[in-house]
Design a protein around this ligand. Structure first.
Ligand code: G6P
Length: 358
């Protein structure tokens, strides 16, 4: 088994370090940097949908939240649904809606049930998956592969990063142009190097020395960074067994703030310098006023790093690519926290890599 881990202590750490390769594979051959175009040959015949409904579970649901957010920014009505809810309480569908299942395994029972429900109601379905010929890939009208390579660790890492890139490819292929995609293409092309620079220099392990043993860990963000906050918390609880929760930053004042104390570090994901970033800076001050230490995960475009108690820096990039980078920092924090606590990182208790029962 040690050979399979290529010298890493855990598959999870190996797979975190495989992300530059996974991202390169996902993006390779699917863009033309000079022309500024993206092509997903598998689906270049699909007309622009009137609306998109994503269905997914767990980490893949967080990718779905990201995918829906970027499609809405492009003017397409899009929502992310938890597959376990979708199948039993199906939302209305109009003709021309595309239902997209995001599932790394392609075998998650709840996601398959949701996709089958959508198909039975007469709309087109698409699987965004890592597994060639999986049930989702076979049963859907279309399949797009994220090409992340095999993932053994129960906690999804490289498949999530590749799902985010896959969502960009999907969105750009589905929505009619013209648009100049050169900045986006450049940022997606640079992602492998940007991730590598985080892997080479992350301060996440030192933060564990400082903050390991806290009562709970909170994660906040806005826009596409809500997906990163939720994923950061999920990863933390899955493998460290510590209490962790992620919230859209604006919701803090509607309840979670009651939980904030000097013993609950708050990870604030702040990328860019727009209204969302500025509002999140306000949330940082709110939790600091209650004594909570704040760790900013930031590209340095806003002054989050100056306000926060600690910083996990990510390289500057386009808005769409920044969540991938911020998430890598949070993966590393959760990994090192779980490692310091001696948890069985690759096989957390009670969890399975692929849940094939509803
Ligand atoms: C399980 C795994 C998670 C995964 C989820 C959805 O709960 O432990 O890591 O995110 O299933 O899996 P899928 O294969 O559909 O992406």
């Amino acid at each position: 088994e040690a050979t399979g881990k290529s010298g890493y202590d855990h598959y999870m750490l190996k797979e975190i370090h495989e992300q530059p390769t996974a991202l390169r594979q996902c993006f390779s051959g699917r863009s033309d940097a000079l022309a500024g175009t993206v092509t997903l040959e598998e689906i270049d015949e699909i007309p622009q949908p009137n609306a998109v409904q994503f269905v997914a579970c767990g980490t893949s649901y967080h990718a779905a939240l990201y995918g829906a957010a970027i499609l809405r920014e492009m003017g397409i009505p899009a929502e992310a649904y938890l597959a376990s809810e979708y199948a039993l309480s199906p939302p209305p569908l109009t003709l021309g809606t595309l239902v997209v299942g995001i599932t790394q395994s392609g075998e998650t029972a709840d996601t398959l049930a949701a996709l089958r429900d959508a198909k039975s109601r007469g709309v087109n379905t698409l699987a965004l998956t890592n597994t060639v010929n999986s049930t989702a890939a076979r049963e859907c009208d279309h399949a797009v592969y994220i090409r992340a390579g095999p993932e053994i660790g129960v906690a999804a890492t490289k498949t999530f990063s590749s799902q985010l890139v896959g969502c960009n490819l999907l969105a750009e292929e589905l929505v009619d142009g013209p648009r100049d995609l050169r900045p986006l293409i450049e940022s997606l092309r640079n992602l492998p190097d940007d991730v590598q620079s985080i892997l080479d220099s992350s301060a996440a392990e030192e933060l564990v020395e400082e903050y390991g043993g806290s009562d709970a860990y909170f994660f906040i963000g806005r826009g596409t960074n809500v997906a990163v906050a939720l994923e950061g918390a999920l990863k933390c609880k899955e493998i460290s067994y510590e209490h962790a929760e992620g919230f859209p930053a604006g919701e803090l004042k509607h309840g979670p703030l009651a939980l904030v104390t000097p013993d609950t570090p708050v990870f604030a994901v702040v990328t860019g310098d727009d209204e969302r970033a500025r509002k999140t800076l306000g949330n940082i001050k709110e939790v600091q006023a209650r004594g909570a230490p704040v760790i900013a995960v930031t590209d340095g475009k806003s002054n989050a790093a100056e306000i926060a108690d600690e910083t996990l820096m990510i390289p500057e990039t386009e808005e769409r690519a920044a969540p991938v980078l911020a998430n890598v920092q949070l993966q590393l924090f959760s990994y090192h926290l779980a490692d310091a606590l001696g948890r069985p990182i690759d096989k957390p208790r009670n969890l399975a890599k692929s849940v094939t029962v509803e």
